[in-house]
Design a protein around this ligand. Structure first.
Ligand SMILES: Cc1cc2nc3c(=O)[nH]c(=O)nc-3n(C[C@H](O)[C@H](O)[C@H](O)COP(=O)(O)O)c2cc1C
Length: 303
């Protein structure tokens, strides 16, 4: 049987629903020797800002019982180097490149999006899990007005799909998803990491220099699944499910919960070829179960 694995994310057609999660796949190029990048639905690169950022001092990453915790500090090469040095090398692949972006204030986000509009970037994914320096560090993720202003600004300067990546660390992720949809987002992705703390009892110090870190991996999967499902009941735009996806079964569970596509993050640290394996696995699942199209599975959770 010829199964159809293509999905449409706000006008961007992907050959399959498997994307990489920002920050866990570098700029894609680092994974060339492990996975055929042409197999992926999309490559989402490390979060990009207007200027290069060195990130936090080490220790920046620590293992936890069912995942990892990180406080990288949004290290990146900056938008100019991304466009001139990274993007040209990804041109040889047919896979769309999605730029995850962030800023320290609303203007910063808009400027990065504007600069990317004249590049081969297929879409932007806005990371709103960042503090707004102009508002004394209040997270964009829980600031409806800032999201609305940002969305309106970005939609004016970026002409391709705009995805907003939601944080699980706000009171009401469904409400924030609604704000994104109301202000023109083409899709939402969820979830980003959950705030965590890891302690070394011997030294009574945090294991991460930044003290707090973002928890990811299998530990957050049930939380992410619940949030994807709840958000799917609230909004009509496509949802990209993220959180602890380690294999094909996990990915399919997110689709059944209501996601149109998925992103693979922490699993890349365990097996750098996992994204290709999951893309193949989804195709086999459809084949084995006589399902013509992956879209038939989206949001089919019964209860
Ligand atoms: C080391 C590391 C760096 C990350 N960097 C970013 C980033 O730059 N921008 C972003 O939106 N999310 C970032 N994330 C969050 C992931 O994209 C993803 O949302 C999260 O890890 C949950 O998925 P997972 O459990 O499959 O890893 C990062 C995660 C990790 C582990």
């Amino acid at each position: 049987m010829r199964v159809n694995t293509t999905v449409n994310i706000g006008g961007l057609v992907l050959k399959n629903p498997v994307m990489t999660a920002s920050g866990t796949f570098g700029y894609g190029l680092e994974f060339e020797e492990y996975v055929n990048l042409n197999k992926l639905g999309a490559i989402v690169v490390k979060g990009i800002a207007l200027n290069p950022v060195k990130g936090n001092k080490p220790q920046r990453l620590v293992e936890t019982p069912a995942g990892i915790m990180n406080a990288i500090g949004l290290q990146n090469v900056g938008v100019e180097a991304f466009i001139s040095e990274k993007l040209p090398l990804l041109k040889k692949y047919s896979t769309p490149v999605i730029a995850n972006i962030y800023g320290t204030d609303v203007d910063g986000y808009i400027k990065v999006a504007q600069r990317l509009n004249d590049s081969a970037t297929a879409a932007v994914e806005i990371n709103i899990s960042c503090p707004n320096v102009k508002k004394g560090g209040l997270q964009f993720a829980s600031d409806k007005d800032a999201i609305a202003t940002m969305m309106n600004g970005i939609k004016k300067v970026f002409t391709r799909p705009v995805i907003v990546k939601l944080s699980p660390n706000t009171g009401n992720i469904e409400e924030m998803a609604q704000v994104c949809e109301d202000n023109g987002a083409d899709a939402v992705s969820l979830i980003n990491t959950l705030v965590g703390l890891s302690i070394n009892l011997k030294t009574r110090r945090p294991n991460i220099a930044n003290v707090f870190g973002g928890l990811s991996g299998p530990a957050i999967k049930p939380v992410a699944l619940a949030m994807v499902h709840k958000v799917s009941k609230k909004i009509k735009i496509p949802i990209i499910g993220i959180g602890g996806i380690m294999n094909t079964t996990d990915a399919l569970e997110f689709i059944v919960a209501g996601a149109s596509a998925v992103q693979i993050g922490t699993a890349n640290f365990v097996d750098p070829s996992i994204t290709g394996i999951i893309a193949d696995g989804i195709k086999s699942y459809l084949d084995d179960n006589g399902i013509n199209s992956i879209t038939e599975l989206t949001g089919t959770l019964e209860y």
